[in-house]
Design a protein around this ligand. Structure first.
Ligand code: SAH
Ligand code: DHB
Ligand code: MG
Length: 225
């Protein structure tokens, strides 16, 4: 199967149409992206519409404990933390201390800082510690860090979950890299392995959704049986 050309301008128009109708102007999130950019962070946060979707999913699921893998400047963290009740908690894992500093400032300014704990280190190591310490299970998890490690993260997350835990994965279509005859890089190999696992592991029921930005990407939704 050959790759089909994609009209990126049309994708942007559709995304903008959805934003205009469903994503209210949001000073805190706009300032988040400005500060992340000023600090030299890469512009790879989830889109505003995806943030809206994740906020709704977290809220609909009634999540009280949320785990995020990959904080960057705290954009997705803010969207998710806003779905928590006042006594809820979000733990977010970030490799780079300089990202965590930007995120902390953004989360405090957005008014959700008190709900969020940022842990700095390699996510795999941090989750090993959490499992070892018998940390309470999470209701909702967002995976958005280094793509080759997604399957390993999922195995750890299953040990930090309960029946009903929702697990979201980001960047799972990668501008159609997952349907290329040969996976073009190890990121595509990583997300294809993740998609295969969530589609086939008997402990999960899942779906993969296309997400439009300037390009086509995807996010998965899994539920632990
Ligand atoms: N969730 C964010 C975007 C995350 S970008 C948002 O949508 O707003 C991916 C982040 O994962 C980066 O900040 C990167 O530093 C971090 N990361 C990469 N490898 C990691 C690892 N091994 N452990 C923890 N974080 C990692
Ligand atoms: C990219 C986008 C992401 O959402 C991410 O987590 C990592 C990389 C990208 O567009 O390169
Ligand atoms: Mg991402």
């Amino acid at each position: 199967m050959g790759m089909q050309p994609v009209n990126e301008d049309l994708l942007e128009q559709i995304d903008a149409y959805i934003d205009e109708l469903f994503v209210p102007p949001d000073t805190a999130l706009e300032q988040n992206l400005k500060d992340a950019d000023a600090a030299g962070l890469p512009a790879i946060a989830i889109s505003p519409a995806q943030g809206r979707l994740m906020y709704l999913l977290a809220k609909m699921s009634g999540a009280r404990r949320i785990l995020e893998v990959g904080t960057l400047g705290g954009y997705s963290t803010t969207c998710l933390a806003r779905a928590l009740p006042a006594d809820g908690k979000l733990v977010t894992l970030e490799l780079k201390p300089e990202h965590a500093v930007v995120a902390r400032k953004n989360l405090d300014r957005a008014g959700v800082g008190g709900l969020v704990e940022i842990r700095v280190g390699r996510a795999g190591d941090l989750m090993d510690k959490m499992i070892g310490a018998g940390e309470a299970a999470f209701d909702f998890v967002f995976i958005d860090a280094d793509k080759p490690a997604y399957v390993g993260y999922l195995k750890q997350i299953l040990q930090l979950s309960h029946s009903g835990t929702i697990i979201i994965g980001d960047n799972l279509i990668r501008h159609a890299d997952v349907v290329a005859a040969v996976a073009p890089d190890e990121l595509a190999v990583g997300v294809k392995a993740y998609n295969k696992m969530i589609a086939t592991d008997p402990r999960l029921e899942s779906i993969l959704l296309p997400i439009l930005k300037d390009k086509i990407d995807g996010m998965s939704i899994s539920r632990v049986k």
